[in-house]
Design a protein. Structure first.
Length: 495
């Protein structure tokens, strides 16, 4: 997945807004919405010469993110012809192998040699399911991604259904390819499926359905003792497609059979089963929220291989909108890697902009690994931030105190009238709290220490601290927004 564009521009938004910016296909996670399929773009005729030009440019500019370049030039894949899909399938392994060879040997890719090898490849007019499976099983990560994007165009729908619903034995082969293919198909092709195509899927899923095949079933013939390794086994994909179709009559008894603690006992228990997606298949948002909380399922943001899982946050928003944003915040707070936390917060704020986001950003400022990213949202969305933070002021503890300090800083920036106006729309308790702690609050003025007024002990202490301090100052904190550190009538200056 490409990194999310930074959703936080430098321009402040002074109007209250409420928007959930999901793609049309993302809203389809909530099957109770009965979203209409997207109009499929016209299939483009295969132009081999054009594809070879794309390929040559790709080879000349090979880099770590070359798959994104290829996808941008070739996609969207729903519009390519079967012939073009077969063309790229026939050379996928050559491209990937050429890149890996040049990378491992730390030398420039021989474009001319690679192109000559590709042009000598005999064109294929069709491909069997067995050949597809062999390609996927034997492929590396790069080739597998290319192939998974192309397969739905290279095969007929009947062949694709057969491929994805085939029950594979995890102990006999690496079936991760089947899981990856299902995820790509759900994102890039499923939103375009027409009613008659979904009817085909539904018929086959119902025929394949066997609830006893869920790995945690205590009567499962393969795992009678329910050893830990059952968590590391992919369930058959008919479970996932039943969720995509919203087949609640099949899904609900299965979900209700799961013990409350079965997925919360260990952090990794839900990585392979992805029960969140099964719960998202229920056709009632209240049922979705209830079972997610009963099972203590998190809005998991990264998988076993540290890849970002965009389906969970989008599926959750499609069902709950702004009513349960705290579940997303809780998942971000569990991220210990700074870059991943920043990415996740940016993804969150690119999808939702509303007053309900403000308390979540405040929590992330206080406790996440990327507080500056959350603070930036508060700074450039003052109207939404004020509207959301006002509601927090009557709570107790660090969150309420910080909300009050933020509101005071907004007051300094000229938003007192907006704070007063929005407070009057709330309960009497909130209105009185904001009035006394923010609007009527007068900050005592202190004189900033300078070279002349600073006491000797303070000068000595700061000088010694600067010599020993190895950590860089926190650049994203605006010192003017922090409460003064005072000594008598004086305060520390910003230096």
């Amino acid at each position: 997945m490409k990194p999310v564009a930074d959703s936080l521009s430098n321009k402040a938004n002074s109007e209250i807004t409420r928007s959930i910016n999901l793609a049309p296909g993302d809203w389809m996670w909530a099957t109770w919405r009965n979203c209409q399929p997207l109009e499929c773009p016209e299939v483009q005729p295969f132009d081999r010469d054009k594809c070879l030009v794309i390929l040559e440019n790709l080879l000349k500019n090979m880099h770590d993110n070359w798959l994104s370049d290829w996808e941008e030039k070739v996609g969207p894949f729903v519009k390519i012809s079967q012939q073009e899909a077969l063309f790229w399938l026939s050379i996928a392994s050559i491209i990937s192998t050429s890149y890996m060879d040049s990378f491992s040997k730390n030398k420039q890719l021989n474009v001319k040699k690679t192109l000559t090898k590709i042009t000598k490849e005999k064109p294929i007019n069709n491909i069997s399911l067995e050949e597809i499976k062999n390609l996927l099983v034997e492929s590396d990560n790069y080739t597998s991604y290319m192939i998974s994007n192309l397969i739905p165009r290279a095969l007929s729908l009947d062949e694709l259904i057969e491929l994805l619903l085939e029950k594979l034995d995890y102990d006999d082969c690496d079936i991760r390819w089947q899981d990856d293919l299902a995820r790509i198909y759900r994102k890039k092709y499923w939103p375009y499926l027409q009613d008659e195509e979904k009817a085909k899927w539904q018929k086959k899923v119902i025929e394949a359905w066997d609830a006893s095949e869920w790995p945690l079933n205590p009567n499962h013939p393969k795992y009678p003792n329910r050893h830990y390794h059952v968590y590391l086994n992919y369930p058959p994909l008919f479970f996932r497609f039943a969720a995509y179709l919203g087949l609640q009559d099949l899904l609900l008894p299965l979900i209700e059979s799961w013990d409350d603690k079965v997925y919360s006992a260990e952090e990794a228990n839900d990585l392979f089963h992805r029960p969140q997606e099964i719960v998202f298949g229920l056709r009632d948002p209240k049922l979705v929220e209830m079972h997610m909380h009963r099972l203590k399922l998190k809005i998991k943001l990264y998988d076993y291989w540290e890849k970002f899982i965009e389906e969970n946050i989008r599926g959750w928003l499609a069902h709950t909108e702004c009513s349960a944003l705290g579940d997303i915040t809780s998942s971000i707070l569990n991220i210990t890697n700074k870059e991943k936390a920043e990415f996740s917060i940016n993804d969150f704020t690119s999808l939702v902009n509303a007053p309900e986001v403000a308390p979540e950003m405040l929590e992330l400022v206080l406790s996440s690994r990327s507080p500056q990213t959350a603070k930036k949202w508060l700074d450039i969305n003052p109207a939404n931030a004020i509207a959301g933070l006002i509601k927090v002021t009557t709570k107790r503890g660090r969150l309420a105190d910080t909300a009050i300090n933020y509101l005071r800083s907004f007051k300094k920036k000229g938003y007192q009238d907006l704070i007063s106006k929005l407070a009057k729309l709330e309960t009497n308790e909130i209105m009185e709290r904001v009035q006394t702690t923010v609007i009527d609050y007068t900050e005592k003025e202190y004189i900033a220490f300078d070279e002349k007024s600073s006491p000797d002990w303070l000068k000595t202490g700061i000088s010694e601290l600067k010599k020993s301090l190895k950590v860089k100052p926190c650049a994203w904190v605006d010192l003017g927004e922090l409460p003064a550190i005072s000594i008598g009538d004086y305060k520390f200056n910003e230096d």
